[in-house]
Design a protein around this ligand. Structure first.
Ligand SMILES: Nc1ncnc2c1ncn2[C@@H]1O[C@H](COP(=O)(O)OP(=O)(O)OP(=O)(O)O)[C@@H](O)[C@H]1O
Ligand SMILES: *[C@@H]1O[C@H](CO)[C@@H](O)[C@H](O)[C@H]1NC(C)=O
Ligand SMILES: *[C@@H]1O[C@H](CO)[C@@H](O)[C@H](O)[C@H]1NC(C)=O
Ligand SMILES: [Mg+2]
Length: 178
């Protein structure tokens, strides 16, 4: 788009979602996701492998592309990376963060040993922490059957060989209104 303005952006999101069933759209470097409330076949291991190591400019917008970009920047320049997930209640933040973590677990778990495609134990533990942390305070609201109680800062630590060594989670916001 030559001229960014709200009506054009919204119209594009609508066309992509309603006509093409595309829930992801780039708006500059921001990935906009529309909650489909439907199980889309776009998160399987074959899709992870399609984004793994690729230049995301050549692929459809996807949460895996954002994760791949962060992973690439981290491995190339040895710099910490952050992904900010924001949106109103029920927008899909928790689900999106889960897919990003899944991406790191699969890519970090298999990038250096082609024979060992399985996610290793520490990566399984990192992923398994998610439902436990969500369970604390998670409640049904009018906007979301699985509304999170806390805003979370999740730090994933990688070894030099780019496998996950551990993770830490800090809550930084309590949703008092919930
Ligand atoms: N990418 C997706 N594909 C399919 N369903 C989704 C997706 N993202 C979200 N959903 C559905 O929407 C529901 C709400 O999403 P989620 O819990 O991630 O919202 P949230 O942004 O974390 O909201 P809150 O701020 O209330 O915690 C999920 O339980 C799931 O059913
Ligand atoms: C990245 O973050 C970790 C944890 O906060 C810190 O120990 C490390 O020094 C940081 N690395 C760089 C290159 O900034
Ligand atoms: C809410 O989360 C729980 C635990 O992950 C899951 O079993 C349940 O299906 C989710 N509910 C909805 C509506 O997505
Ligand atoms: Mg949430």
């Amino acid at each position: 788009m030559s001229y960014l303005n709200e009506p054009e952006v919204l119209y594009n999101l609508q066309v992509r979602f309603a006509d093409r069933n595309c829930i992801y759209t780039y708006c500059g470097i921001v990935l906009v996701a529309i909650n489909p409330y439907d199980d889309l076949p776009i998160y399987g291991n074959e899709i992870v492998q399609a984004y793994n190591g690729q230049d995301s400019n050549n692929l459809d917008p996807h949460i895996y592309a954002v994760a791949e970009e962060a992973f690439k920047q981290m491995s190339r320049f040895e710099q910490n990376q952050s992904i900010i997930v924001s949106g109103e209640s029920g927008a899909g933040k928790t689900v999106s963060a889960k897919y990003a973590m899944r991406y790191f677990a699969i890519v970090g778990g298999s990038s250096h040993d082609e024979t060992q495609k399985e996610i290793s134990l520490v990566e399984k533990k990192v992923l398994a922490s998610n439902p436990i942390m969500e369970a604390i305070g998670n409640a049904k609201t009018t906007r979301n059957d699985n509304s999170s109680r806390f805003g979370k800062y999740i730090e994933i630590d990688f070894k030099k060989d780019l496998t996950i060594i551990g993770a830490q989670m800090r809550t930084y916001l309590l949703e008092k209104s919930r």
